[in-house]
Design a protein around this ligand. Structure first.
Ligand SMILES: *Cc1c(COP(=O)(O)O)cnc(C)c1O
Length: 368
């Protein structure tokens, strides 16, 4: 295999992060302590939400948010199959059943027009994912949720800073979850956070995060140890100062790619909904002919890292097949076999972008 010169992701850890972490290590508070509290307060401000509850990962944030909404055995949660497995798995953890709705072919996000036909008496919540950093079509989703009295749990794992019609994701639904995994728009190493404007959901989230404790050594419900450490929060605090700059660089890189890939045959570039700020966790193109593998090999052979987000719809994972899922959603299937993510992260240079554009044009000539 040839060397990948422009990787698909590259977390940026600077002197500030290192200094913050060393301070924590010297302070004696290395588990959940004052840095987590400070991070929660500042992240809540960043999102424009009243409360934030930090967790050990984005996945555990989703699990806790579902529990806080009272979701469990016998319930159904509507979501998208075109996401990372954690979206569906977190629903399974609670004993509830994920019900998958097809995606919109332009944005790859859940198609609100197909939600209502999947609502049953058991439905308790809708969990939209703001995929690739682009907010889902929240007005329509909110309208449906209000009509059927359902919770909205935003999976905002890829969308720190994305905006839907003047409101940041993380404060649109009833409760929202972010991930700080190193490939995401900002990191704490492993880590996650829940945001909400609902005091009751915030209090319940804190209880489920820490062993169901309502008072020291008093356990009211079955909770977990899903706490974030002060070491992780210290990294998060330094990253939070840079997130707007990181996102702006992603947007600039994406705009440069879109402008220069205009009219290139055989691909389509990302489409952004009106009124939405896309923060480009991924820059994902669609290959129009049935020859994605050739594109991927050609890009990799020319030093360009790629990702397939996602090659297998969640309902087609072995786990889900074994649970009895037998689905074939048209737009999801098409997307799973035709998307390629290419580098857009803040540390790529204009020269790298020009290389990517050149190689894609060569691939287009070769494969069309
Ligand atoms: C990354 C991700 C998660 C899970 O986050 P972790 O921090 O890796 O547990 C959940 N949902 C989506 C859409 C993700 O991209």
């Amino acid at each position: 295999m040839s060397e990948i010169k422009i990787p698909i992701a590259n977390p940026i850890i600077g002197e500030e992060e290192i200094k913050e972490v060393v301070e924590v290590l010297k302070s004696g508070f290395i588990a959940q302590g004052p840095k987590v509290a400070e991070f929660e307060e500042k992240f809540a401000d960043f999102v424009g939400a009243k409360y934030a509850i930090a967790t050990s990962s984005g996945t555990t944030a989703l699990h806790v948010a579902l529990l806080a909404c009272g979701i469990g055995e016998g319930d159904e949660v509507i979501t998208t199959p075109f996401s990372f497995a954690a979206t569906g798995n977190s629903i399974l953890y609670t004993g509830a059943k994920p019900v998958f709705v097809d995606i919109d072919k332009k944005t790859f996000n859940i198609d609100p027009n197909k939600i209502e036909e999947k609502i049953s008496k058991k439905t308790k919540a809708i969990m939209p994912v703001h995929l690739y950093g682009q907010a889902a079509d929240m007005d329509k989703i909110k309208e449906i949720a209000e009509k059927h009295d359902l919770y909205i749990i935003e999976d905002a794992a890829q969308a720190h800073g994305s905006i839907y019609k003047n409101t940041k994701v993380g404060s649109i639904g009833d409760i929202a979850c972010f991930s700080f995994y190193p490939t995401k728009n900002m990191t704490t190493s492993e880590g996650g956070i829940i945001t909400t404007n609902n005091k009751d959901l915030a209090e319940k989230s804190k209880i489920y995060r820490a062993h169901g404790e309502t008072k020291r050594y008093e356990h009211a419900v079955l909770g977990y140890n899903y706490r974030m450490t002060d070491i992780a929060a210290a990294i998060g605090l330094a990253q939070l100062k840079k997130i707007d700059d990181f996102n702006q660089k992603r947007i600039n890189n994406a705009n440069y790619l879109t402008t220069n890939l205009k009219g290139v045959e055989g691909i389509s570039t990302p489409k952004v909904l009106n009124g939405v700020k896309h923060v480009y966790h991924q820059y994902t193109i669609k290959i129009e002919k049935d020859n994605r593998d050739e594109w991927v090999s050609f890009l990799n052979d020319n030093g360009i890292g790629t990702g397939i987000h996602y090659p297998i719809p969640i309902y087609k994972q072995e786990l889900y097949i074994n649970l009895g899922y037998d689905e074939n959603l048209e737009e999801t299937e098409k997307a799973a076999s035709s998307v390629i993510s290419i580098p857009v992260h803040p540390s790529i240079s204009e020269k790298d972008l020009d290389t990517i554009i050149k190689v894609i044009k060569e691939a287009s000539n070769k494969f069309n």
